[in-house]
Design a protein around this ligand. Structure first.
Ligand code: SF4
Length: 316
């Protein structure tokens, strides 16, 4: 059944009651649907959510995001129940990197450290030295005590980092986000032509040639800060990332206009169908039945913990 907007209030109330009854917290990524963000205890990007997962005092974490995010929350909270409203919500970029492929690269570059974007499976994290997110990638790479870095899996973020950390050799894995990486220079030019006064902020998962034409390149939380800041003298800004961020931008600073890629603007949506597969109804059903629990083999949990913990320690 598809919910109509008028149903949301009632269902949101039911979810809030369940949260109290079960001592549960809801964490949601900025790319979630607005009505899902609205019932979350905390909304953030991957780094915010990983940090928050270490601080929550609850028996259940219901994670409104894709699979690798739920895994990360579970690895940081082995004693808690971590539930995913849609167990099939995966990340195509994370699935591009396998543990075997990373080990092959390690054989080729034995002195390199493996730095994994959190957008990787727990299996890949078991053979990684440290994790990073798009918000802390530069800081983490600067701290790595090695000159060569195998960067897994996002080649867009690898490009962003290699432009800022000049004294290290970045060996990129050939992965990418099918949503961000398919945004082209032509699409950007269409938006710039329509809004020549608007500064452009892009996510580092976009292709290098798009990043090179932007006024600002930053993670979701960095884009949020940049696009709403008083320092930016603009009535409207072009923001190239997943459309879900628009909701938070509008809430945080409603007096500014945010131009996202949409068919109305003459370009296709930049929309992650996996993130959007989580609905309020699924949140309710999952919490009610305590369904779709994330489980991982103990050995994987233990080995994947080290690079995630190291990232949190290095970025605090
Ligand atoms: S937007 Fe891209 S990187 Fe993010 S979850 Fe979706 S597929 Fe993965």
């Amino acid at each position: 059944m598809l919910l109509q907007p008028t149903d949301y209030g009632k269902l949101q109330e039911e979810i809030k009651k369940l949260k109290e009854e079960k001592n549960a917290v809801i964490l949601a990524h900025y790319y979630q649907r607005p009505e899902v963000q609205d019932i979350a205890d905390f909304v953030g990007d991957s780094l915010d959510l990983a940090r928050k997962a270490t601080q929550v005092d609850a028996d259940i974490i219901l994670f409104c995001g894709v699979h690798f995010m739920g895994e990360t929350a579970k690895i940081l909270n082995p004693e808690k129940k971590v539930l995913l409203p849609e167990p099939k919500a995966g990340c195509a970029m994370a699935d591009m990197a396998t543990k075997e492929a990373v080990l092959r690269l390690k054989e080729k570059y034995p002195n390199a450290w493996v730095v994994s974007y959190v957008n990787t499976t727990a299996e890949v994290k078991t053979v990684s030295d440290v994790c990073c997110t798009s918000a802390n990638a530069v800081r983490i790479i600067e701290k790595v005590p090695a000159e060569e870095i195998i960067f897994v899996p996002d080649k867009g973020l690898a490009y962003h980092v290699s432009k800022r950390v000049r004294d290290k050799k970045i060996i990129p894995f050939e992965g990418f986000c099918p949503d961000h990486y398919l945004f082209t220079v032509d699409m950007l030019e269409t938006l710039k032509g329509k809004y020549p006064d608007a500064p452009v902020g892009v996510h580092p998962e976009t292709p290098p040639e798009v990043q090179d034409r932007a006024d600002f390149v930053g993670s979701t939380s960095q884009l949020l800060r940049w696009a709403t800041s008083d320092d930016l003298k603009a009535d409207r800004v072009i923001v190239i990332t997943e459309i879900g961020l628009k909701y938070t931008l509008q809430k945080r600073r409603p007096d500014r206009e945010y131009i996202f890629p949409t068919p109305d603007e003459g370009v296709g949506y930049l929309l992650c169908s996996q993130m959007k597969s989580i609905t309020l109804e699924k949140v309710y059903e999952t919490l009610k039945g305590e369904k779709n629990e994330i489980t991982l083999p103990e050995e994987v949990m233990e080995k994947a913990y080290t690079p995630i913990r190291r990232m949190l320690d290095w970025s605090s």
